[in-house]
Design a protein around this ligand. Structure first.
Ligand SMILES: Nc1ncnc2c1ncn2[C@@H]1O[C@H](COP(=O)(O)OP(=O)(O)OP(=O)(O)O)[C@@H](O)[C@H]1O
Ligand SMILES: [Mg+2]
Length: 315
């Protein structure tokens, strides 16, 4: 649904986007993560045909951003990071305006507006003034607006910014519902954990460079380099030194240390990078005759993963 190849954008001497390549398939929820100024909005504006790249190309919903702007605008819903709401309109008038702009037949407009209001849970606010809505409601109205013409692809620039925890959860539920309806979503955020649950894939961008694009599982696997697992050994099996010796022969393991604590001996195993999982380690331990008292992987938190990825700790 979105295919970007080598997108580059400069503002004067600043390279806002450098050679960005990514693919987002049908029905995917792509979480686009990066700190302030990373180039998220720039990318989304290029994909929405609001900004022309200096180099590179992209296809959105099958159309070329250089030549098919009109077709793309009909196929996508783009929600900007800053919602310029017209403050002297009611919610209904606001949506009527966009339904007209999208050339939805007059007799179909009410039905379409009914359904987007229901989906975004704004039915009760239909006749409220737009500027009287809370921030969370305004964000949901923004989503309602981009759904009016039933686009297949949604580009949502920080839909959860400025929302309180409950409103964030509601926004996440709304976006999950849209994905369930078969739409492809590109959703940006500063916060990885905000998107982790609902995303089928993520991209991490910093200073205009896409550092990572792929599944969350793979991102975890990459940051697992150096992951440590502590194994408490009970008496009655092989000695810690014997077990350590057996483990150190496996090429997925970077290092094995033995630590003696009051409760007994612990093995501290450090894994090499890659998608190893933990199962192989349990099997090795059993085969080595260890009597396992406890097995404690050091949790890899998403925020740590993000930091590792964005500080260039990974190649
Ligand atoms: N119209 C513009 N003119 C000049 N510089 C710009 C313009 N738009 C963006 N930039 C610069 O390009 C870089 C990328 O900005 P962009 O808005 O894409 O970042 P972002 O990832 O969306 O950040 P944020 O999280 O703050 O929204 C920034 O350094 C920004 O200052
Ligand atoms: Mg932005």
């Amino acid at each position: 649904m979105i295919e970007a190849r080598g997108l580059t954008k400069r503002f004067g001497s600043l390279v806002a986007l450098e050679n960005l390549t990514l693919n987002i398939g049908a029905g995917e929820v792509f979480g686009f993560i990066g700190p302030n100024g990373a180039g998220k909005s720039t990318t989304m504006k290029i994909l929405a045909c609001l900004l022309a790249p200096d180099a590179g190309t992209a296809r959105v919903a099958g159309y070329d951003i250089r030549t098919d702007g009109d077709l793309i605008r009909r196929a996508i819903g783009y929600m900007p990071d800053f919602l310029g709401v017209y403050d002297d309109l009611t919610v209904d008038e606001y949506l009527q305006f966009f339904a007209a702009a999208f050339q939805i037949e007059r007799k179909k407009r009410k039905g379409v507006i009914d359904s987007v209001l229901e989906l975004t849970d704004l039915g009760a606010k239909r006749h409220a003034m737009v500027d009287s809505l809370s921030r969370g409601m305004q964000q949901r109205l923004g989503v309602a607006r981009v759904l009016i013409h039933e686009p297949k692809v949604l580009l949502l620039d920080e839909p959860a910014s400025g929302l309180d925890p409950r409103a964030r959860i509601e926004m996440r539920e709304l976006l999950t519902e849209l994905a369930r309806m078969g739409k492809s979503l590109m959703v940006s955020s500063h916060i990885l954990s905000e998107l982790a649950e609902m995303s089928t894939s993520i991209g991490i961008i910093e200073r205009g460079v896409l550092l990572y694009a792929g599944s969350i599982q793979d991102a975890y696997a990459r940051v697992r380099a150096g992951e440590r697992i502590t194994i408490m050994l009970e008496a009655g099996g092989r000695t810690p030194a014997e077990v350590a010796e057996a483990l150190s022969r496996d090429d997925r393991i970077a290092k094995v240390g033995v630590e003696h604590e009051a409760g007994g001996a612990c093995l501290v195993v450090e894994l090499k990078a890659g998608r190893h999982g933990h199962h192989f380690l349990l099997e090795l331990l059993m085969a080595a005759g260890a009597k396992i008292g406890s097995f404690t992987p050091e949790g890899v938190k998403l925020e740590d993963a993000f930091l590792k990825l964005t500080t260039g700790a990974l190649q």
